[in-house]
Design a protein. Structure first.
Lengths: 105, 105
DNA sequence: CAGAAGCGTAAGATGTAGCTTACATAAGCC
DNA sequence: GGCTTATGTAAGCTACATCTTACGCTTCTG
């Protein structure tokens, strides 16, 4: 339970598209499925994955279910990447420094 | 060819572990495979995925192959996330603003 | 209450990612 | 040249992710 589910969820073009549509604002499951080249149940299954990764949040509204982005999953993911980035950049810097061993005039 | 390969590459615990080991500095393929619960060829295949995603860079050194982190793949990934983050945060803010419709004393 | 609207869930088919074993390749050593 | 070290590649197997079709569950409407 953490960033792993979020990474896994993002490793799918359809789910990334769904998330990007939601960056413009909340949408119902039907609206999210509209225009996609896959069946509506398939979209429903993708939405479940996104929900279990805490990337979206569902709210029942009459017979509709409105989805919106969930900050918690995104922040977990960002925390992981930020720590990784920092270590990676430090390594780049160290490598660049050590690249000059045995050089000179 | 872009951030998609990087996301896909990160969706694997073994590859994430390899990358994290490399944040401490360059390592040979054998050193990277040491201690892992999978075979060495399996690690070699993971390294290929990381290389094709521009997340690591290989340098031949005698009979060894030394791997180090590659900034290009990481920066592509970061660019995607940053743009996504920004849109997502904007949506959160908008949602919070609209949350107060019809409220009040 | 009957019917429709809007979605989720279940079951089954299929493609593919990741593993293993066996083999190929390239560089150093004697 | 032959042997060892270090590593990548190929072929085949298995597990799982994703799709489709069929069905079930709520909620509104007349």
């Amino acid at each position: 339970m953490s960033y792993e589910a979020a990474i896994s969820a993002l490793d799918d073009a359809t789910r990334r598209l769904l998330l990007e549509r939601l960056t413009a604002g909340p949408l119902s499951a039907g609206e999210l499925a509209a225009g996609l080249p896959i069946s509506r149940p398939a979209v429903s299954q993708h939405l479940r994955v996104l929900r279990e990764a805490n990337l979206v949040h569902e709210r029942r509204e009459g017979t509709k279910r409105v989805y919106r982005l969930d900050p918690s999953g995104l922040s977990q993911l960002r925390a992981y990447f930020d720590s990784f980035w920092q270590r990676a950049l430090t390594d780049f810097k160290d490598s660049a420094d050590n690249e000059h061993e045995g050089e000179g005039p």
